[in-house]
Design a protein around this ligand. Sequence first.
Ligand SMILES: C[S@@+](CC[C@H](N)C(=O)[O-])C[C@H]1O[C@@H](n2cnc3c(N)ncnc32)[C@H](O)[C@@H]1O
Length: 290
Amino acid sequence: MVLVGSVVSPVIKFGNAVQLCHLHLFPFHLSSDMSSWYDHPQYFDMVFRDETAAEVRFFEQAFSRLGNGKFRRLLEPGCGSGRLVAEMAAKGYELSGVDLSQPMLDYLDRRLRRRGLSAELYCKDMTSMQFEQVFDAAFCTFNTFRHLTDEESALKHLRNVASLLRPGGLYILGLHLIPLDADPECTERWKAKHGGTTVHVTLKVIDFDRKTRREMLRVSVKAEKKSGKVERIRSEFPLRIYTPAQAKKLLTKVRDFFEIAGVYDFDYDIDEEREFDNDLTDALFVLKRR
Ligand SMILES: C[S@@+](CC[C@H](N)C(=O)[O-])C[C@H]1O[C@@H](n2cnc3c(N)ncnc32)[C@H](O)[C@@H]1O
C-alpha cells in the first residue's frame, strides 16, 4: 500500500487501498512541525496489521531455508507499534525492538503486557544500536530503512546490524524501489476498520527529486470513532529514493559483511525468488551475515 508510481496503471486495487498509480513506496517519519502519525500508533497499526501474518511466515521460512544454525534472538530496528515484535515473541523467540518514537514503544509495551509477552524495547537510533549479545536475525520491512535519508546513515545502519548478527544470521530488509519510468504524481488512498474505528489514509508524494534522491511524503489520516468523534492528523516526512541499481550498489558496499541469500518481493512467498533487475519494485532482501 503506498505511492509514487510508474505509468503501469491508472487505478489499482491493492487490498483496501485504491492506488492511483503503480504501487511504490512506503511511508513515514517523524514530522518536525506537524503532529506525526507515529504519535498515533493505534492508527498506524490498524493500517498495516493485515500484512503481519505473511511476513512472520516468511521470516520463519527464511530462517530454516536460508540461514545457518538455530534462530532464537531477534532484533527489529524501527519496530514501530510492534506488530512483528509481538507476533514473533508469541512464537517463542526472544525479541529486541528499537525505535526513535516513544509513543510507538509505549504502545508496544502495553500490547506485550496485554498478551502476557515480553521483549526488550529501546528508544534509540537504528544507526548506532549497541547490545552485549549477538542476534540470530534482524528484520526491517515496510520502508523503514528509507527513513535513513543519506548514503552515510544507510551504510552506518547496515554495518551496525552486521556487527550485531552472528555469522550465518540473517537480515531481512524490505523496501520499495523506484522504477526508471516512475511517475511522481501519485496519490494513494485506503481505509482500515477495527473495533468501531474507521481510519482513512491518503498518501501523497509532494516532492520528488531524483538528484538528491529524496521524496517528501504527506500522510493525511482521518479517524472516525464509534462515538462519532473525528480525529485528523497530517504529517510530512522525507524518504530516500532507491532505484534497483542504486540498491544493488549499496548492497555491494557491504558485501564484506553480507551476501545476498535471496531476493523476494512483498508477496512474501519463499518459493518465488525474484531477479534483482529493473522490474523489482517491492524488494525483500534476505542478507546473510558472512
Ligand atoms: C514505517 S514504520 C514501521 C514500523 C514497523 N517496522 C512495522 O513494520 O510495522 C517506521 C518506524 O521507524 C522508526 N524510525 C524512523 N527512523 C528511525 C531511526 N533512525 N532509528 C530508529 N527508528 C526509526 C519510526 O519511528 C517508525 O516507528
